[in-house]
Design a protein around this ligand. Structure first.
Ligand code: PHE
Length: 327
């Protein structure tokens, strides 16, 4: 029966023809049923019965499979081109991705600060004018509030222009003493070039306790840079002005650039202004502390030799693929 079926089934039969063929073999009056009716099962031994039953099941299965195969070829996939699998081609590589260089720099610095007892705090990117400016003693007529520099949202909030926007809530949320870093994305409404991006990353640090002095600030900054650059780094402070620190500094470090050793301005910092402490409900006669604003984008440029800050935000795969760090 199966031999006969296989001779008559063909891939170019349509659904209707296959249905008829199936009925002719497997239907109530089909060939298999007709064969069954000729067998006197009762006269067979149990072994013979089992063997015949098995054979009939197999025949049924082969006919079903033959019909399914013929249908398949005639089905919706029949128009698809035949695919030749070329076993000589190299295998496809699996793209496991890499850590973005800014993230890599951030994780390294978070690690160093964790070792010095600092907690990491992630704040909001859209903040009130108060947190970004007023709480930081930045006067209403300060040029930084200008339409040129700040992205104002329609609801009156701003895209934070610096991570200092988190100082107030960190002191309020954790109370003092507090040792925290706040990494994050910042925005400034300005023209971009190789060293200026309107979207960039900073990593702020804040340390408030009784009796904190400039000596603590220098010690922590030097420890950070020693670990980042893997050597005994020379640092210096120059006066710098920011409304939220007093005194305020620019921290430079001694480094080699294009074969020449020189001071490179790296980090604005200073002792947290009394007004900033007061805004956060901290008693400035009892507590003091320092803050610094590390330019994470800038540090990643130095660390990885990236010449153009805009590359970090481009989403370019050819750029990203040059960094192979993974978790
Ligand atoms: N927030 C300042 C800036 O973005 C940097 C800064 C942080 C300066 C903390 C002093 C202390 O330029």
């Amino acid at each position: 029966i199966v031999t006969e079926f296989e001779a008559s089934v063909s891939a170019d039969m349509d659904d209707q023809a296959l249905k008829q063929l199936r009925a002719a073999y497997l239907g109530r009056n089909g060939a298999i049923a007709a064969f069954r009716s000729t067998v006197d099962f009762a006269s067979l031994s149990p072994e013979e019965r089992a063997a015949l039953g098995k054979e009939l099941n197999e025949a049924t299965a082969r006919i079903e499979a033959g019909i399914a195969a013929a249908k398949d070829k005639d089905g919706p996939t029949s128009n698809a081109p035949a695919v030749d699998f070329d076993t000589t081609l190299p295998p496809m590589t699996s793209g496991i991705g890499a850590i973005h260089p800014i993230t890599a720099a951030q994780m390294e610095i978070e690690d160093i600060f964790r070792g010095m007892g600092f907690r990491t705090y992630n704040g909001e990117e859209a903040v009130t004018e108060f947190k970004n400016f007023d709480a930081l003693n930045i006067p209403a007529d300060h040029p930084a509030r200008d339409m040129q520099d700040t992205f104002w949202l329609e609801n009156g909030m701003v895209l934070r222009t610096h991570t200092s926007s988190m100082q107030n809530e960190a002191m309020r949320d954790f109370g003092v003493p507090v040792r925290a870093i706040f990494p994050g994305r910042c925005y400034r409404n300005e023209a971009t070039d190789a060293t200026h991006e309107n979207t960039f990353y900073q990593l702020e640090g804040l340390y408030i306790d009784e009796g904190v002095t400039v000596a603590n600030l220098i010690a922590v900054m030097k420890e950070l840079l020693d670990q980042v650059f893997g050597r005994d780094v020379k640092v210096r402070l120059r006066p710098g002005y920011f409304p939220f620190v007093e005194p305020g500094f620019e921290l430079d470090f001694w480094t080699e650039i294009n074969g020449k050793w020189r001071w490179l301005e790296l980090m604005p910092c200073g002792m947290v202004h009394r007004e900033v402490l007061k805004h956060a409900g901290v008693d400035p006669d009892r507590y003091s502390g320092f803050a610094f604003g590390l330019g994470l984008t800038r540090l990643a440029m130095l660390k990885f030799g990236v010449q153009d800050a805009r590359l970090f935000n481009k989403g370019s795969l050819s750029f990203a693929r040059q960094f192979t760090a993974t978790l």
